[in-house]
Ligand binder design. Structure first.
Ligand SMILES: NC(=O)NCCC[C@H](N)C(=O)O
Length: 310
């Protein structure tokens, strides 16, 4: 039996695997692997407890295009809702499915419980801690746009959410990259992720730094932002909007970063984290980035299934 591989965190990918998944995603994007049915005969379950447009569609369409069949579970479908344990659910699903793509948007521990077996691969389609498949699509976007990931400099503006943590772990694995996090005070990327990125950076020469203001913006290739309301979270501070307001990406931020393109994990809220002029303007590659989720998802599914072509 083929051993399946789980993708719960970017750190689950070895360096060669990470590079291979990014390059395969870029090949799909270029149309160079169209028609390949590498997942023929497999069944992929998708469990989305929270809303999803891009990730759900990318993985479902990706699985179908590669020849797999899919089963979709919504937030109310599994007997976990009536009290069945995650362990029992995992034991049953893993005896029938080859892969499970799951957006719990809750603590990663639940995904790890699903992944406590080797028959069914588990893909983290966004947990509270990390959004690894977003970061892989982002790396594929950099690879497509710049022809490389190495040496790319990113200014990330906004909440240090699951998208930011995954990007932090992912970029720091590539030589000479820079990630400048500008997060509102109280909403930063946690120390644990910064420490893990620093360990990668000591080996790759990547730089990750975080500040909580918008002064002295660095020279970068990409300005990246994310929505202000992270899935499944609420902000206890009633005045949080005034804390976030200085972190809006507008024409002035883009002008302070000459030559940079604009990226966004979407969904976007024009007038909050980004102005319409930037999101819909000539420097934005946000919708190509969204399309890349489909290309990258196919590479992720292949890697998890042990079917990524050599
Ligand atoms: N690209 C996406 O997966 N977008 C949906 C989630 C965005 C954001 N990281 C969130 O947690 O709400």
């Amino acid at each position: 039996m083929t051993e399946r591989r789980h993708l719960i965190s970017i750190d689950d990918l070895g360096s060669d695997d990470l590079r291979a998944v990014v390059e395969r995603g870029a090949r799909f994007a270029a149309g160079a692997a169209d028609g390949e049915r590498t997942l023929a005969g497999l069944v992929v379950g998708t469990l989305f407890r929270k809303t999803s447009t891009r990730t759900r569609t990318a993985f479902t369409a990706g699985a179908l295009r590669l020849g797999a069949n899919t089963i979709a579970y919504g937030p109310d479908d599994l007997q976990e809702n009536t009290g069945e344990s995650t362990e029992d659910t995992a034991a049953v699903l893993s005896s029938m499915l080859d892969l499970l793509v799951a957006r719990t948007a809750g603590p990663e521990a639940e995904l790890r419980a699903f992944a406590d077996q080797k028959r069914m691969a588990v893909v983290n389609a966004m947990s509270a801690e990390e959004h690894p498949t977003q970061a892989l699509a982002d790396l594929t976007t950099l690879q497509r746009h710049f022809g490389r990931v190495e040496g790319i400099r990113v200014l990330y503006v906004g909440e240090g959410n699951n998208t930011a943590t995954a990007l932090t772990l992912a970029l720091s694995r590539f030589a000479g990259t820079e990630l400048h996090l500008r997060t509102p005070p109280g909403y930063g990327v946690g120390e644990d992720f910064l420490r893990r990125a620093a360990v990668h950076g000591a080996r790759t020469g990547a730089l990750v730094e975080q500040r909580h203001d918008m002064a002295e913006l660095p020279e970068v290739d990409v300005v990246y932002t994310t929505r202000w309301q992270t899935t499944g979270t609420s902000k206890p501070d009633p005045d949080w909007r005034s804390v976030f307001a200085p972190f809006q990406v507008d024409d002035a931020v883009m002008a302070a970063c000459p030559g940079a393109v604009f990226m966004h994990d979407l969904p976007a809220h024009r007038g909050e984290e980004v102005t319409a002029a930037v999101l819909d303007g000539p420097l934005s590659i946000a919708f190509t980035q969204a399309e890349n989720k489909h290309h990258s998802a196919r590479a992720v599914l292949e890697w998890c299934a042990g079917r990524l072509p050599a």
